[in-house]
Design a protein around this ligand. Structure first.
Ligand code: ATR
Length: 272
């Protein structure tokens, strides 16, 4: 029996133990998976203890993703670009590998939802850790444009400078209005949904999108999803599939097996 855990503070809300238990049953893998809540400055001690007691791998969530990045001895390219790690794996030689599966989780979910990305115009709202974590995997889909728009434009510019590519651009929310460009897909990565707020983006920009995706999820449509639906956007989705997608990718890193996400998304949706 191999041992896994998710580290965060707070962590009681985490659905990762349920998701990985469902994956393990589905793929007939022998593992257990628990929640661990270190004090906010106690990640390194807690993860070291976990690995010394037989832990094989871990997921890491807020506020420890940067501490996990620093803890890893080696990191994937996508984790390096994200500047954050959500998946740790203890290797046989005792070294620790750090990966970030948030971006692949998002892209996997967008493709599952049949949202075209290649050669499309994508707008991502927000320039915090959530946006940074998904930039490189989104760029790998070769969109015509990936525009990062943020309330604080300088943060969007800083983020865009991480990947030097002509198709990756940045602006403030107001610049979007002047620009009169429309987007095929708008992704909300801001933390505004958590406080039931709307990013101050012009309704015209949102109404013109074919697809809207909010990286947050709840037991009902988020305010951003409701706003987009009210403006007539037909295809509006939340981030529950991204949550399950990032977990599936972590499971693959640890176990070399890709579980199927649909039955797990379905089960979680029912339980929300
Ligand atoms: P996370 O890791 O969830 O991305 P973060 O790094 O604190 O969290 O970033 C939060 C993001 O949400 C930022 O882009 C923030 O915009 P600012 O850089 O201007 O602060 C954005 N955000 C939070 N509340 C918002 C709101 N009410 N309207 C618009 N953007 C908001």
């Amino acid at each position: 029996m191999d041992h896994y855990a998710v580290f965060g503070n707070p962590i009681s809300q985490s659905k990762s133990p349920l998701i990985h238990t469902l994956f393990a049953a589905q793929t007939e893998q022998a593992l257990d998976y628990i929640r661990i809540e270190p004090p906010v400055n106690g990640f390194e001690a807690a993860i070291s203890h976990f690995f010394s007691q037989g832990g094989s791998g871990a997921n890491v969530t807020a506020p420890f993703k940067i501490a996990a990045f620093e803890f890893a001895n080696e990191r994937s390219t996508r984790a390096t670009i994200a500047g954050a790690v959500n998946t740790l794996q203890l290797r046989k030689d005792g070294s620790v590998f750090g990966d970030n599966t948030d971006g692949p989780g998002l892209v996997k979910d967008l493709l599952r939802l049949a949202i075209p990305l290649n050669n499309k115009r994508i707008l991502i709202l927000g320039a915090g850790g959530a946006a940074r974590g998904v930039l490189q995997p989104l760029m790998e889909q070769k969109p015509a444009t990936l525009m990062i728009a943020n309330r604080t434009p300088s943060k969007a510019a800083q983020l865009a400078s991480i990947i030097q590519h002509a198709n990756l651009q940045s602006c403030g929310f107001d610049d979007l209005q002047c620009n009169d460009a429309s987007f095929d897909l708008i992704i909300n990565s801001t933390s505004a949904s958590l406080s039931a707020e709307l990013p101050a983006v012009s309704s015209d920009i949102i109404a013109a999108a074919s697809f809207v995706y909010d990286m947050s999820y709840a037991d009902r449509a988020t305010v951003f999803m409701q706003h987009a639906s009210n403006l007539g956007v037909k295809h509006v989705y939340d981030g529950l599939g991204m949550l399950v997608g990032q977990a599936a990718e972590s499971f693959y890193v640890w176990r070399g097996v890709r579980p199927s996400v649909d039955p797990v998304i379905h089960k979680l949706r029912e339980a929300l």
